[in-house]
Design a protein around this ligand. Structure first.
Ligand code: SF4
Length: 387
């Protein structure tokens, strides 16, 4: 079950629990000093506007540990013509203070394809860095920690997809962007949680079929099947963060916080989606909070998302489910600093794989840009065929 933390927060609370774990996850707070960086009056003045964006999660006493790294990273970005793509699950000092483009996988994929920068630093997990390299092969794409993986991406290989295609010839293969380049290369089109239902409907129409292969997330597949009525063949992959939310968590939240609005990500199990008030991608969840301004809300998704949305909706009271993604949390300020300083951990993809994977991503990006589609909650669970 998710651990629920109510506001107000300290930095360690917002990250998820045991301060020693936080220490290990984020690295020692003297990381700046070990890199010869100091909190000078100049650094304090330069970073003061950035602190305004994160003061709701970072206590003032901790800012001198972050500010020198932030200042040095932003200086290196200008010198090296680099940009940082920051996913919604990054901690706030990364997301708000060094990220040049922020958003969900789809938004970051579009930015990677359009940026003029020579260097992309992916503040996200490995499949996201691969997506950037696939779309921008002429650029140097760096990831601060090569170990930043993903349980969904690790669940399936390109060889698995080839076997599935042999078993179901003639059916379109839609793969979630949370997959390796190898898997994308075997696919007809990619999708994200923002557009999964629309793309499955599109694929069924284009191929003239009533079944679509949607890989590798079992729960996303079930949730899309419930929305679209299209029969889905899927895989047994799961997000290790979202699969932990339960319908019992929701009952407890409603009992403890009468009137709370519950928003869920579609990687959550179907009974969680059904019991929520609203469901959609991280972009859709943020749009909901910003537009509807619920008095009290809980986002059933990765821990840092609430911190990041809270900065643009300070009047909303967030109850924070503390499910951390251990892979996302491998990305730290000091890791980003080292990546830029040493131009290290470059993402490389064999050209034949990259070209085929790009076709699947391009097919997704070529479809009309639309607002992230919400998932209707309260729907009955629909079975999918798992292979
Ligand atoms: S939150 Fe889930 S889907 Fe996202 S990177 Fe972590 S394990 Fe993968």
């Amino acid at each position: 079950m998710a651990r629920i933390i109510d506001a107000p927060l300290t930095t360690s609370e917002s990250s998820g629990c045991d301060p020693r774990a936080v220490h290990e996850t984020w690295g020692a707070l003297d990381a700046a000093a070990r890199r010869g960086l100091a909190y000078t009056p100049e650094v304090a003045a330069e970073t003061a506007p950035l602190y305004e964006r994160v003061k709701h999660v970072i206590p003032a006493v901790e800012w001198p540990a972050y500010a020198p790294l932030i200042s040095a990273i932003n200086t290196m970005k200008r010198a090296k013509n680099a940009v940082i793509l920051a996913h919604n699950y990054m901690t706030s000092e990364i997301f708000h203070c060094v990220g040049d483009f922020r958003g969900d996988s789809l938004q970051l994929a579009r930015e990677a394809s359009e940026t003029d920068a020579a260097v992309i630093v992916q503040a996200g997990v490995h499949f996201m860095a691969e997506t950037s390299k696939i779309l921008a092969p002429e650029k140097t794409v760096l990831i601060p920690d090569m170990r930043a993986g993903c349980s969904l991406a690790a669940s399936i290989t390109g060889a698995d997809v080839r076997l599935i295609k042999e078993r179901f010839p003639g059916l379109p293969v839609v793969t979630y962007v949370n997959t390796s380049a190898d898997v994308k290369a075997e696919s007809d089109i990619c999708c994200t949680s923002s557009n999964a239902a629309a793309i499955v409907e599109w694929a069924a129409r284009e191929w003239g079929v009533d079944r679509v292969i949607l890989l590798p997330d079992e729960y996303l597949a079930k949730n899309v099947a419930a929305q679209t009525g299209i029969k889905i063949i899927s895989w047994h992959g799961r997000c290790e963060v979202h699969e932990r939310f339960t319908a019992e968590d929701i009952a407890e939240l409603r009992a403890a916080h009468p009137g709370i609005v519950i928003l869920a990500h579609p990687e959550c199990p179907p009974d969680v989606m059904s019991a929520s008030d609203f469901a959609g991608s991280t972009a859709a969840l943020q749009d909901y909070v910003v537009e509807k301004r619920p008095a009290k809300v809980v986002l059933l998704t990765e821990c840092s998302m609430s911190d990041n949305v809270a900065s643009v909706a300070p009047d909303v009271d967030f109850v924070r489910p503390c499910n951390l993604c251990p892979h996302m949390k491998r990305i730290t300020l000091e890791g980003i600093y080292d990546a830029l300083a040493n131009m290290q951990h470059e993402v490389v993809i064999p050209e034949d794989v990259r070209v085929r994977a790009k076709k699947a991503i391009d097919a997704m990006l070529a479809l009309p840009k639309e607002k992230p589609r919400a998932f209707e909650t309260g729907r009955a669970e629909v079975a999918v065929e798992l292979v």
